[in-house]
Design a protein around this ligand. Structure first.
Ligand code: G3P
Ligand code: MG
Length: 265
C-alpha cells in the first residue's frame, strides 16, 4: 500500500454489485449485500444525509421510489427513515427490509467480507456536509481494515470535503462520458480512480486513463461479454446490476477473441 492506502495492484474485486445487490434484491438494502456476497467480493452503494445529518444508504433525494415513505430524505428525521419499508416496492418477499444506516451497511460488509465503493450522494446543496460526514464515518467504521472503502462522487465539492477530513481514504471521480479535462479533474482531487459510464467507454479512453496512472472503474454493465471486453481494454473494475451473471466466473469462461477486430472500440 502506498498512495492513499492503495498499491500498484488494484486492491478491490474486478466486479462490484451496484446499489448493494443490483437487481437481485431491493437496491441499497442489507438483503442486497447478502445476495451480492453469494456472487461477488464487493459492492457499490449510495449514501445521503437525513434531516439529522446522519448518513443513510439510499440513492434518490426523495423517498417515494424505493420506500413506502414520502418527501425528501434531507428533510426526514432518522427515527422516521428507520421505520420505512425499503423492500416491498421491489417484491413482497422483501417486505420489512429497512433503509440501512451507513453503520449497518459497514457492519454487514465486514461480516460478509465485502469490499465497498461508497458513493457520496449529496442532496441538493449538501455537497460539502455529505462529503465530510460520510468520509468521517467511513474512516471510523473501517478503521484498521486492510482495504478501506473507495469513496466516489459526481460532486467535486463532496470529494473535496471528504479529502479534508479523511485524506487517506482513496477517492474516485465519477463522470458520465469522460470529459475533456479528466486528467486535471482527477489531479485536482488527488483521485486514484476515474469512474465512468460504461456505455461511453472506448478502448482508447480506457488505455489513456490507465496510462495516466489512474484506475478505471466502469458502471453499470450487465452484459458479461461487454464486461470481458472492458477488462481486456484495461478497466480495473466493473459495477453491475447482475452479479449473478457478471462475476469472476463469467470473466474466466469467456473464450479468447478470435479476431482483433472484436477488440475495436
Ligand atoms: O457509482 C456508479 C453508479 O452507482 C453511479 O450512478 O445513479 O447508480 O448512483 P447511480
Ligand atoms: Mg451509485
Amino acid at each position: 500500500m502506498d498512495r492513499a492506502g492503495v498499491g500498484r495492484i488494484w486492491p478491490y474485486p474486478r466486479v462490484l454489485a451496484h446499489r448493494c445487490g443490483g437487481w437481485l434484491a431491493p437496491e441499497n438494502t442489507l438483503a442486497g449485500l447478502e445476495r451480492a456476497a453469494r456472487w461477488v467480493g464487493g459492492v457499490e452503494f449510495d449514501v445521503m444525509l437525513s434531516a439529522d445529518g446522519s448518513p443513510w444508504v439510499i440513492h434518490d433525494e426523495t423517498l417515494e421510489r424505493t420506500t413506502d415513505g414520502a418527501g425528501s430524505v434531507a428533510r426526514t428525521h432518522d427515527a422516521r427513515i428507520a421505520q420505512l419499508d425499503a423492500g416491498r416496492w421491489f417484491d413482497e418477499a422483501f417486505a420489512g427490509e429497512r433503509v440501512p444506516s451507513l453503520e449497518e451497511a459497514a457492519r454487514s460488509c465486514h461480516v460478509l467480507g465485502l469490499a465497498a465503493n461508497v458513493e457520496i450522494k449529496p442532496a441538493t446543496g449538501q455537497d460539502r456536509e455529505t462529503g465530510r460526514v460520510v468520509a468521517e464515518q467511513v474512516a471510523r467504521l473501517w478503521r484498521g481494515a486492510a482495504r478501506p472503502p473507495l469513496l466516489s462522487s459526481f460532486s467535486l465539492a463532496a470529494l473535496e470535503a471528504a479529502r479534508e477530513v479523511a485524506p487517506d481514504l482513496p477517492r474516485g471521480v465519477l463522470v458520465g462520458a469522460i470529459p475533456a479535462h479528466w486528467v486535471q479533474l482527477c489531479r485536482d482531487q488527488a483521485a486514484i480512480a476515474l469512474h465512468a459510464d460504461a456505455r461511453f467507454l472506448t478502448e482508447h479512453a480506457v488505455r489513456a486513463v490507465r496510462a495516466a496512472g489512474l484506475w478505471c472503474v466502469a458502471y453499470t454493465e450487465n452484459d458479461p461479454e461487454r464486461v470481458s471486453t472492458l477488462i481486456e481494454w484495461g478497466v480495473n473494475c466493473v459495477i453491475t446490476d447482475r452479479p449473478d451473471v457478471v462475476n469472476e466466473e463469467s470473466l474466466r469462461v469467456r473464450p479468447v477473441p478470435a479476431a482483433s477486430s472484436q477488440r475495436s472500440p
